[in-house]
Design a protein around this ligand. Structure first.
Ligand SMILES: Nc1ncnc2c1ncn2[C@@H]1O[C@H](COP(=O)(O)OP(=O)(O)OP(=O)(O)O)[C@@H](O)[C@H]1O
Length: 709
């Protein structure tokens, strides 16, 4: 085995679906040399580089880096500069260099020294400017600098000189030549400026997923008798086309027309391919080869404290500097709880409701003393007078905004046009009818149809239903008082059925009491999902995740650093919710506040783990948003938050109970309302379901990461 070879690529194939990107590619890079990988846009350069560093799986073939299959070597010895800048946007130049230096476990003193050198070499801003405020060209130079911080043995640079000024480009090349000669650093570089690779020791011209030729640039120019590498590339490209066309009947002549130079080049291409193959035959003798499987394994220790600390510091700095990201979790629980407590679940008030009183006018009632409506004389006699005024007075409750009408037809018109939610029609002889009922008793047949009539708009069940219930309650109270004023037994006005005691709540409890636990669990759950998705996808889409993994960070460290951070944050958010709901808004509770807090916190954790899973499978914020919306609506609608789950079909109910919001919401409601403890089965089911979902989402995410690596 020739130990002077740093990278060997043999017969590597890579496809995206039916799109064949790398077609049996072969390539050799000598140690301590600069290798320029040239080719048109889309020919597969970046794909090849990402296969070499192990971030992309190859379909077939072999890749060998420093003759080793162990990748402990890869992360510490390799510096990879991806095509995108892949830097934390809220970092300064110094933060970026320190972050990667610490990932590579370089001493802070040395990092500082490297920082000074690189800032001078690449003319980087030292004024504490954030990456997001730097120009595209400056960002690329910073990206280049962080690749160099640990003085790697192998530099893999994907278009490092794009957007740089020619003088700076020249300086970069001089630096690359210096480190390749003095430090024996191996450099593989792609660039769009073909001519700048004249300084490389070797170039590989790539087209359509194949290396056309691998040679020293000066030799190539002599070989093809050309002035520029561009010309050589053109000839070889034509040659490749010719070779393709030769298999097509009837196009042989066109191929011959490609000229003598083409023929020469074709023969040179064959020589080059042969040389490459021979080099690989030699490499095959070694068993130390990275195969398709092995290139993808991460060789580093699964957890290293220095990397973990660097990641935590990065997360903290990003959060501190990104005001929106830090304010969002602090403000959101407050805003959402406020909206809920203000707008949802309370009884409606000031509902327009018509009064059509045919017995007395409004003015009359205004000046009428309602306690004069009943005059008792004798033991069994009672005179009832202008009782409609008293009933109208009874309807003066917060729910109702009374509107007075002269006639039933006018009130009916307003009801039909939506100006009223309902109206009551009081008979012109209401007092007389009532008196007869009380003193003489009436047969059902004697009762007139229109004694007291209610008309209701039930298009809004909440308002119509509430009006019906409250008016019936008021009437019962009114009836009872009239009986008492007449000194009749008020018991005769009541049903022979009585609710003896209300356990856990009161008949006057508002709907908000039912909804609060569900709203709290939903809020904290989806805040966990959203917060995680935003943070992780931001890193993923910016390429920071990938770049960190190439630098040796393991998925365990990445996941843990995020989870530790977010679970801490979730602790504060859950606390904020508890304080807002139970202290600021004084929602009643009877159970343990600790247990309430624990349930809410665990619900938030379940959301974080789900968010983690969604961010891992999504390739963009849009995909994640679609997934979150797709999960949110069915979950909220089916979990018994808006409406009791008991209304759901009995078989579906089993499925619904397994959802991550159903039983935990019931558990929270029971702890708040009934004071259940951690030993009660309902509470245990709630905790059980949350733990189950945390484990399921966590395991599936880890499984997915492992499969992707
Ligand atoms: N993840 C992917 N899924 C599907 N196709 C992809 C993926 N990544 C790259 N490709 C396709 O593979 C081909 C080669 O892409 P690659 O980025 O390797 O080209 P390149 O030579 O580096 O181009 P450039 O110089 O413009 O960066 C392109 O056609 C691209 O669309």
């Amino acid at each position: 085995m020739n130990d002077q070879v740093a990278i060997r690529v043999k017969d590597v194939q890579k496809s995206y679906g039916s799109n064949h990107i790398l077609k049996k590619i072969c390539l050799n890079v000598q140690k301590g040399s600069i290798y320029g990988l040239l080719g048109s846009s889309g020919c597969g350069k970046t794909t090849l580089l990402s296969c070499i560093i192990g971030r992309n799986k190859i379909d077939q073939g072999e890749i060998q880096v420093f003759g080793k299959k162990s990748s402990a070597l890869l992360s510490s010895k390799v510096g990879y500069m991806p095509q995108g800048t892949s830097l934390v946007r809220d970092f300064t130049v110094k933060d970026s260099i320190y972050f990667f230096g610490r990932i590579y476990n370089v001493d802070d003193e040395i990092i500082h020294q490297r920082y000074e050198e690189l800032v001078e070499l690449l003319e980087l801003p030292k004024d504490g400017r954030f990456i997001k405020d730097c120009s595209g060209g400056t960002q690329r130079r910073i990206s280049f600098a962080v690749t160099l911080v640990h003085k790697p043995e192998l530099l893999i640079l994907d278009e490092p000189t794009v957007g740089t000024d020619p003088i700076l480009r020249d300086r970069v090349w001089k630096y690359l030549l210096k480190i390749s000669q003095e430090d024996k650093t191996t450099v593989i570089i792609t660039t769009h400026y073909i001519e700048e690779t004249r300084q490389a020791n070797q170039i590989g011209l790539m087209r359509d997923g194949k290396i056309l030729i691998e040679e020293n640039p000066e030799k190539l120019l002599n070989m093809y008798n050309c002035e520029s590498l561009e010309e050589v590339y053109l000839i070889l490209s034509k040659n490749q086309e010719f070779a393709k066309n030769r298999v097509t009947v009837g196009e042989i002549e066109e191929g011959e027309h490609a000229g003598n130079v083409g023929d020469t080049a074709q023969s040179q291409l064959s020589i080059s391919s042969r040389e490459t193959t021979e080099a690989f035959d030699e490499c095959n003798a070694s068993t130390d080869v990275l195969t398709t499987e092995e290139t993808t394994k991460n060789p580093n220790r699964i957890f290293a404290m220095h990397r973990f600390k660097a990641l935590l510091e990065k997360n903290w700095k990003s959060l501190r500097r990104n005001h929106l990201a830090s304010i969002f979790p602090v403000l959101m629980p407050g805003i959402q709880v406020l909206c809920f407590l203000i707008a949802i679940g309370r009884d409606p008030t000031n509902v327009p409701f018509g009064i059509v009183n045919e017995e007395r006018t409004r003015d009359f009632c205004k000046h009428f003393e309602v306690n004069q409506s009943v005059v008792r004389y004798g033991e069994w006699d009672c005179h009832i007078n202008s009782i409609s005024c008293r009933f109208v007075d009874f309807l003066n409750i917060p729910l109702i905004e009374e509107k007075f009408y002269d006639s039933r037809s006018k009130a009916m018109e307003d009801l039909k046009t939506g100006k009223l939610y309902g109206f009551v029609h009081l008979h012109k002889n209401l007092s007389k009818l009532m008196e007869n009922r009380l003193t003489e008793g009436l047969d059902l047949d004697d009762l007139p149809d229109e004694e007291i009539q209610i008309y209701l708009d039930m298009s809004s069940l909440q308002i119509g239903g509430t009006l019906k219930m409250r008016i019936a309650e008021r009437y019962q109270e009114f009836h009872k008082q009239v009986h008492e004023d007449c000194n009749f037994l008020s018991g005769s006005t009541q049903l022979p059925l009585r609710v003896e005691e209300y356990f856990y709540g009161d008949q006057n409890d508002e709907f908000i009491i039912f909804m609060t636990p569900g709203i709290v669990t939903t809020m904290i759950y989806f805040m966990g999902v959203m917060m995680t998705c935003v943070i992780i996808l931001d890193e993923k889409c910016e390429g920071i995740w990938d770049r960190s993994i190439v630098a040796g960070v393991t998925s365990v460290e990445l996941s843990l650093s995020h989870l530790l951070f977010q679970t801490t944050f979730m602790g504060f958010m859950a606390l904020e919710l508890v304080v807002l709901v139970f202290f600021c808004f004084q929602q009643p509770y009877v159970g343990s506040l600790w247990l309430i807090y624990l349930l809410i916190y665990l619900q938030g954790l379940a959301g974080i783990v789900l968010g983690f899973g969604i961010s891992i499978v999504s390739d963009s914020h849009v995909t994640a948003n679609i997934l979150v919306s797709g999960i949110f609506n069915p979950l909220v609608l089916a979990s018994g938050i808006m409406w009791p789950a008991e209304a759901i079909n009995e078989y579906l109910l089993y499925v619904v109970k397994c959802l991550p919001l159903s039983l935990p919401t019931t558990a929270l409601r029971n702890v708040i309302k009934k004071g259940l403890t951690v030993c009660d089965s309902d509470t245990l089911y709630g905790f059980g379901i949350l733990c189950m979902w945390i484990v399921i989402c966590g395991v599936l995410s880890i499984f997915y990461i492992k499969r992707k690596q």
